[in-house]
Design a protein around this ligand. Structure first.
Ligand SMILES: [Zn+2]
Length: 256
């Protein structure tokens, strides 16, 4: 049974504690250490490793303290910019924790060296889990800070090729704003409309919008839906190619 504990931090970041077995866990993107230490204590878990999706401070700020306090290993894809790396990983590397296998997927776009981590299902009854950092959000995608639109588009396509029921845990709670943007681009998308009202309700009750599923993203996330005629019409770009439309969407979202 997979257990993912969601730790809200730093305003709108999500840190994730993933339980490996009865006593051990890994943490994904600890931008802050104190909330992670509290969660470890609460659930009586030892920290085996940190997995970092990219080098931004709000994803790695807690690493040094966690390493000092727990002796955990630090895993990441950027030796220069992620502090304290013990294991440098590249695309398609499989991390093995007992029977749990987590694949590294290089997803440049938000940063040059950004990766996602995919917990592979080990049998047909299990569901894959994807930690996307700032590459894919619920209803959106990260800003293009170090790469061009083509890189991010390719990375998102790669994630979208994972099984539909894959659970998606992203690095920030931008869901409300993302769905408001999605509805502006695709006013007739009833799934977005329904989810938007659900999310508003969840926020009032202190619930989170993660996890999403890949199938939910495919039916709601405008950045995965650039091929649809509605979006092409909405942008008034009926003849444009996928990357061109994606880039225009990203430009509009930047100023939304
Ligand atoms: Zn970032």
């Amino acid at each position: 049974m997979d257990k993912v504990f969601i730790i809200p931090a730093l305003g709108d970041n999500f840190i994730y504690l993933y339980q490996l077995d009865q006593n051990n866990a890994i943490v994904i993107d600890p931008g802050d250490s104190s909330s992670v230490l509290q969660a470890l204590n609460k659930h009586n878990l030892a920290l085996t490793a940190v997995l970092a999706t990219h080098h931004h401070w709000d994803h790695v700020g807690g690493i040094a303290e966690l390493k000092k306090r727990t002796g955990c290993k630090v895993i990441g894809s950027d030796k220069q910019r992620i502090p304290g790396i013990d294991f440098f990983v590249e695309d398609r590397k499989i991390l093995t924790f007992g029977r749990i296998k987590i694949e590294v997927l290089a997803t440049p776009g938000h940063t040059r060296t950004a990766v996602c981590y995919y917990r592979q299902p080990s049998n047909d009854n299990e569901t894959g889990i994807l930690w996307t950092g700032d590459t894919m959000f619920v209803g959106g995608c990260g800003r293009l800070l170090e790469c061009d639109a083509r890189s991010m588009w390719d990375s998102l396509q790669r994630l979208a090729a994972l099984p539909d029921r894959t659970l998606l845990y992203c690095g920030h709670d931008y869901t409300l704003e993302n769905y408001e943007f999605a509805l502006q681009i695709e006013p007739n998308n009833q799934v977005v409309e329904k989810l938007l009202s659900e999310i508003r309700q969840k926020q009032q009750q202190g619930e989170y919008s993660v996890p999403s599923t890949m199938s939910q993203e495919k039916s709601t996330n405008p950045f995965l839906r650039v091929k649809t005629s509605q979006i092409k019409a909405s942008l008034n770009m009926p003849q444009a190619g996928d990357v061109e439309i994606f880039a225009e969407l990203r430009r509009r979202k930047d100023i939304f």
